[in-house]
Ligand binder design. Sequence first.
Ligand code: ASP
Length: 334
Amino acid sequence: MPVPSSTPRPRLALVGTGGTIAATTHSSTGLTDYDITEGVHALLHAVPELLELAELECHQIFNVDSRAMSSLMLLELSQKLNDLLSRPDIDGVVLTHGTDTLEESAFFLHLTLKTHKPVVLTAAMRPASALSADGPLNLHNAVRVACSPQAQGAGVLVLLNDQIHSARFLSKQHTTQVNAFGSPDAGPLGLVAAGQVRFAMRCLLPHTLDSVFDVRSLAALPKVQVFYDHPDTLAELYRSAAQNGVRGIVVAATGNGSLTPGALEGVSRAHRLGVTCVRASRIHAGPVSDSAYDQDHHTIAAHWLPAQKARILLMLGLAAQLDEAGLRDIFQDY
Ligand code: ASP
């Protein structure tokens, strides 16, 4: 184990939630069908060089595949991180997570953590037992970023494949490759190269202390579903969602948020039943523009948010009891 240097190191909380970074298989060439077997202490034990950079206090909040990260778990995660970040002896957080829903969790935390301290998420595309596992270096680079003064006040950051992304823009774009992540409408904020952290940009949209959303005493989030649109959409599904307690629907619509005939009828029915419908797109980059649809059918354009992140913002907006105009504003501003 390397000897920690005598210069004072930042004290970070190292928080584990599971994912492939914490997973193993029986074979070093096995890249799928893994089990989540490793806790956060094991991740630290595998990369003792982390202790040269920071003092680390381990917290295991969950140990799950990220497809299981429900909105209740997001609330619990945000509340526990807010508690940790409010401690004067904690200088920041590094959090490990599965890659599949990382963008949703990171965006939720970006909008609900009340802190200027660095918060950096990281993950891995290959299990810990694999040849050329990407988790250890991602973790080391994430701790480096969390120790950087430039990470302060930058909102929630994600370190993957040497790139530093804002939680606001990051999106998973490939199912298997190590360079699976990108920020399609912005690009990465910076890089870690040869051990040097270099930020070139900052996210100017509201986050953390500037975000209006405060979930510290919230017990649950409203149910919001994503409906993937296509020319044979059944309008009936929208009514059925409303009858099952759904309060919001994000439509991953075609092109620039164009609703198919079934979806148009569906959003109108849903609106009559008190459900808020947001138009996002099936396309992975670019905005959804305001349209005459929105007046006629009471829909809201998601603008630059993809459907999975629009779902997070709509849950928060509905939880904050915003009216239709207030909901339209947050989709402009965030
Ligand atoms: N299924 C995994 C997860 O999201 C994938 C990964 O972490 O790469 O938990």
